[in-house]
Write a protein that binds this ligand. Structure first.
Ligand code: ZN
Length: 142
């Protein structure tokens, strides 16, 4: 019954994923795991899974979440605080990938004090797979 009601009157709810993968210089290959759906204005990642994964495989690269329409793809003040805390907890740079409507943007946080830097290229390949390129990291400029 509730599923039918949801279909009839879809309400936006934020969604989050833990991103794992590998980085090769300027290119990040990431895959999303452990989808969690939250409320319209907030969603918590599966932080327990993320910590265990990092402990076991060391390949957590960041987090993905959606924003409601018109909120844009830039990290909110709360997102910035959350990402800084994760950088401190995992002790490495992390990606914050945000989707809003058709647009997706990645922001890299270098440390628990870094304010975040937007990366120029985020391409989605199939379900929950992204290639992210940091052109500032490349040797050759176009
Ligand atoms: Zn957000």
């Amino acid at each position: 019954m509730s599923a039918i009601a949801f279909e009839a009157a879809p309400a936006f709810r934020e969604e989050s994923l833990v991103l794992t993968g590998r980085r090769s210089g300027a290119v990040w290959l990431v895959r999303g795991h452990r989808a969690v759906r939250g409320e319209a204005s907030q969603v918590e990642a599966d932080w327990r899974w993320a910590l265990e994964r990092e402990e076991r495989r060391g390949d957590v690269l960041g987090f993905f979440h959606t924003h409601p329409p018109e909120a844009g793809t830039g990290p909110s003040a709360r997102d910035v605080r959350t990402m800084q805390a994760w950088c401190g907890a995992l002790g490495k740079p992390l990606l914050c990938v945000i989707a809003c409507g058709e647009e997706t943007r990645s922001t890299i946080f270098q440390s628990d004090e870094h304010a975040g830097r937007s990366l120029p290229i985020t391409e989605c390949f199939g379900r929950n797979v992204w290639v992210i390129v940091d052109t500032n990291e490349t040797e050759e400029q176009p």
